[in-house]
Design a binder for this molecule. Structure first.
Ligand code: IPE
Ligand code: IPE
Ligand code: MG
Length: 258
């Protein structure tokens, strides 16, 4: 009896979600959404679980949110999964975080392929363990011809290093004559960043109540709309993404104009 009730509740929720998707798509949906997925550790602590249990739960949310973003017609979803500063964490936690891409893709890659999602990554690959890079690169290869949502993982990503490296490359290219200094403008500079293939994010979401960027996409977020929520990442659900997109649709973006 209870199971039947649960089943119908799930059915109702799924119909409600479909209705909301239809209604939200009547207005322009952000083309690029970036998310700072924060609060996994606190989610686990509240339940007296080890921090890695929060990361594991958070992984399932990535799956749900990717699916919804794709259904909404979002072009790019960039997820901050590991920052260049996160190496400061205990080794056991870092080791687990480095295993997550394999775990995530091991479970969900076939579905991502089916849903026409293309996996990409930005970040410093050289200092990542080879098993992590191999898993992501395999997913990138297996999905390279897909033309639905681009699921872009920021893995060992840090924006200040990214900008500094871009400056160094620009200087090198000027020295060797590949680039003329007078031709350097914002668009050209952007092409030296790890996000060269992507538009700037339209919407940035950060969960867990922290109101900061933590070294995330400092150049790219210049005119992005920010949406913060107290909800911890493992508790983030479809309804929260819908709420964020609705609010985005009600914002007036002026880009310095009137
Ligand atoms: C976000 O959750 C995941 C990563 C940074 C990898 P946290 O692990 O930062 O969770 P809190 O902020 O400690 O709760
Ligand atoms: C930002 O979260 C990095 C990721 C979500 C991957 P952190 O939890 O590392 O950020 P701080 O330390 O609170 O600024
Ligand atoms: Mg955190």
């Amino acid at each position: 009896m209870l199971d039947k009730r649960k089943f119908w509740k799930k059915q109702d929720e799924s119909y409600e979600l479909q209705d909301q998707i239809i209604s939200i798509k009547k207005q322009p949906v952000p083309s690029h959404i970036a998310i700072i997925m924060d609060g996994n550790g606190r989610w686990a602590k509240k339940r007296a679980l080890p921090r890695i249990a929060g990361h594991h739960e958070g992984m399932k949310v990535v799956r749900k949110i990717t699916k919804l973003a794709n259904e909404l017609g979002v072009k790019t979803l960039t997820l901050y999964a590991f920052s260049t500063e996160n190496w400061k964490r205990p080794k056991m936690e870092v080791d687990y975080l480095m295993k997550l891409p394999e775990e995530f893709l091991g479970s969900f890659l076939p579905e991502l392929i089916e849903e026409n999602v293309r996996v990409e990554m930005m970040g410093y690959r050289d200092s990542l363990p080879s098993h992590t890079v191999n898993a992501v690169e395999k997913a990138m290869r297996d999905t390279q011809n897909n033309n639905g949502l681009v699921l872009n993982f920021a893995l060992n990503y840090g924006s200040r290093s990214e900008i500094l490296d871009a400056v160094k490359s620009v200087l090198n290219d000027c020295k060797s004559g590949i680039l003329n200094e007078n031709e350097l403008n914002e668009e050209v500079f952007s092409s030296y960043l790890m996000t060269s293939k992507h538009e700037d994010p339209d919407l940035l979401i950060r969960t867990s109540g922290e109101i900061r960027l933590s070294n995330f996409m400092l150049w790219q977020l210049a005119y992005t709309e920010f949406w913060f929520t107290e909800v911890l990442w493992p508790d983030f659900s479809e309804k929260h993404l819908i709420e964020a997109v609705r609010e985005f649709q009600n914002r007036q973006r002026r880009f310095g104009g009137v």
